[in-house]
Write a new protein. Sequence first.
Length: 287
Amino acid sequence: MEGLRASAHCDSLDAMRAQAATQRILYSFAAVFTATVLTGLLPPASGGAEPAAVAARQRNEKKIFTDSEIIDGFLKTAFGAEYHLAGRVDRIRKYELPVRVFADGANRPDRKAQIAKVVADIARRVQHLNIAMSDSSEEANVIVKLVRDRDLYRTISTFYGTDRANEIRSSLDPQCLSGFRKNEAFEIEHSDVILTVDNGDFIFLDCAYEELLQSLGPINDTSSVPWTMFNDNVQMGFFDVYDQYILNILYDPRIKAGMTVQEVNAVMPQVLADVRAWVTKVNGLTD
């Protein structure tokens, strides 16, 4: 197993703690985390699904990339892990089954509606990824836990225990958090995402896109790629073209869970050609 992002979908704190105890045993085999650390943000916008900070970034978005720029970013994010407890991180990790997302937690129907729009946007832009919202946590394999900012670390502690939460806080100091659990074939079986709901639309959307996308496999943050949201120095708030390349490569059927870098490189020319055509089409880009 590998990868997890803590997110409980229990109604009572006692039930959450009971589930957390089970999770800690289960996930002790391997867990991978990533966190969003927000720096240099524009002031949070209030109201509206597309705050000014998002619109400004979309207008200035870089959309044309060389093959080497795309491949470099894919290899740096799809392999490795920003923070992991155990297990190998030198293989492709992805869902091989349909992905169903359930949003749980804070009494914020507006935030749940935004999650649904984010998931629909991801579904539209990643060609071979079957992802949609679920009406129940039992049918979901991605659980999004919505919490107030003041409850973030208490929530992390509930799921992982105080010692692990302190370690995560000192290592990552996250604004939001995601991770996944995988099986021995490196197929992701379950992901958890923790998002804070009360820091403004831009921060919420930035966290939602980054953590949901990373919970699907590209969990390694990198500071050496300036165009990806999987870089703590970059904030987007939308599904940018560069990261569409990364996710479309990952979910191309020729890229299999468990592949090594060498195996990925062997099929990359054909995969990238088809991904370029798709990303160009879905974004209305010119060749």
